[in-house]
Design a protein around this ligand. Structure first.
Ligand SMILES: Nc1nc2c(c(=O)[nH]1)N[C@H]1C(S)=C(S)[C@@H](COP(=O)(O)O)O[C@H]1N2
Ligand SMILES: [Mo]
Length: 412
């Protein structure tokens, strides 16, 4: 193990107050907008507030009401994301759901021949059960890297996870209801109350084109990592729409309205989940009419070992991370330890299935003791790669996927 302590915001290092410890502790996160624009703060930064919830790891809390918590990069080191480490993103409250989960009913209506009201139990017995490892990523993941700051939760890279989901294909239920030729789009409704406690208003209601709804990897899931779905992740049933903005993956699912046009629920209007069709000046207002719906999430890589700020006792570093793209598989990941002057190709594992993230590993030799940044850059099967900085600024801050950077200090 080359790892020996860290030199970022640990209390001991802050108190020591000298040398690299201080520099590491006072630096903003690498790659953040702050890192690019602000001088290093002199005061010791407070670490993030950590989640305290039964069954969950100490994730970084980005918001309390509604609860939003992201997974620290070093907690994304499992091939399959354990339930405890999966990020949480609520827009409202958590519904009070009691009784037999199998009796929970979902309504399918709108542009269908036979509207259905079907229970979880019936779905389980009528349709084949499928299990896939699928990446779920919040549309705002990476938002903190934008400069100037874009409004919303300041995600770094941790609004993502890739656990195993078990359920049925949404396509099977839609086929059972019989899509009319006019069926063009879905509209999703969950049972969560608003923050004000209203139960008759959706907190968020997004939808997708029918083709994505019919994709064999789009699921109504009942289980997470082989266990009954935890309430916080959408029990008894939730959608999992892999690769696309996480807001489509409706938790506590109670209705799918099949529409003959683009859905218009909360989360579909204004700049919500929309990005400019042509680049706009960072910080400007933009024009809602000139936007397109955010669909697939962009290519991204995250170094999960070592942690940012690690002190190394060896110049040989065996690093690893995860890479994924909402568009499909990862073709390559490249690593640089000299600020992008030279790059080395990492080994990339095959995905468990389509829409699963992929493990990369690399062994790099750092030429001398001292301070280094390790950069990772993924390229997907379409040949799309990560930019060096958060590109395509937009008012709501979607799609920031700059190359991933960690800092290490070689001590000997
Ligand atoms: N009913 C409902 N479904 C929801 C949400 C919500 O607030 N209410 N949040 C969405 C968003 S924005 C994301 S990113 C994912 C997060 O899923 P998780 O909390 O299980 O990680 O759930 C989506 N499904
Ligand atoms: Mo999200």
């Amino acid at each position: 193990m080359p790892k020996k302590g860290t030199f970022r915001a640990s209390r001991r290092n802050v108190l020591k107050g000298v040398g690299m410890a201080t520099i590491g502790a006072s630096l903003p996160p690498v790659g953040s907008a702050m890192a690019q624009s602000a001088p290093a703060a002199s005061a010791a930064p407070k670490g993030p507030k950590l989640l305290e919830m039964d069954g969950k790891a100490k994730l970084a809390v980005l918001g309390d009401r509604p609860l939003v918590a992201e997974t620290q990069a070093e907690l994304m080191d499992d091939d399959v994301t354990p339930t405890a480490k999966l990020f949480v993103r609520n827009n409202g409250g958590v519904p009070d759901i009691t009784g037999d989960p199998k009796a929970w009913k979902i309504k399918i209506d709108g542009e269908v021949n036979t509207p259905l009201e079907i229970s979880v139990g019936e779905m389980m017995s009528r349709f084949p059960s499928v299990t896939y490892q699928l990446t779920l990523e919040c549309g705002g993941n990476g938002r903190s890297f934008f400069s100037p700051e874009a409004r919303g939760n300041q995600w770094t890279n941790g609004g993502v996870g890739c656990p195993q989901w078990t359920g049925i294909r949404l396509a099977d239920v839609l086929k059972a209801a019989g899509l009319k030729p006019s069926a063009a789009f879905t509209g999703h409704y969950g049972a969560d109350p608003t923050l004000a406690g209203e139960t008759d208003k959706p907190t968020i209601s997004r939808g997708m084109p029918i083709a994505k709804a019919m994709d064999e990897h789009t699921l109504i899931a009942f289980k997470l990592n082989g266990q009954d779905m935890p309430l916080i992740h959408g029990a008894p049933a939730r959608l999992v729409v892999p690769g696309w903005a996480g807001s489509l993956s409706t938790k506590w699912l109670k209705r799918i309205w099949v529409r003959d046009k683009e859905h218009d629920g909360p989360g579909m209007g204004g700049f919500s989940y929309r990005v400019p069709k042509k680049p706009i000046v960072p910080g400007s207002k933009g024009d809602e009419k000139d936007t397109a719906i955010l669909e697939a999430m962009p290519v991204r890589s995250v170094i999960t070992f070592p942690a940012d700020g690690t002190k190394l006792t060896s110049r040989k570093l065996d690093l690893r991370g995860q890479a994924w793209s909402g568009e499909g598989d990862i073709k390559s990941v490249d690593i640089s330890t000299d600020y992008g002057v030279t790059w080395k190709t990492a080994k990339v594992n095959a995905p468990a299935n389509k829409f699963a993230w992929q493990r990369f590993t690399a062994s790099v030799d750092l030429p001398s003791p001292g301070y280094y940044e390790v950069w990772a850059k993924a390229t997907d099967a379409k040949g799309v790669t990560q930019p060096f900085t958060a590109a395509n600024w937009n008012p709501q801050g979607y799609g920031a996927n700059p190359i991933n950077r960690i800092r290490v200090l070689v001590e000997s």
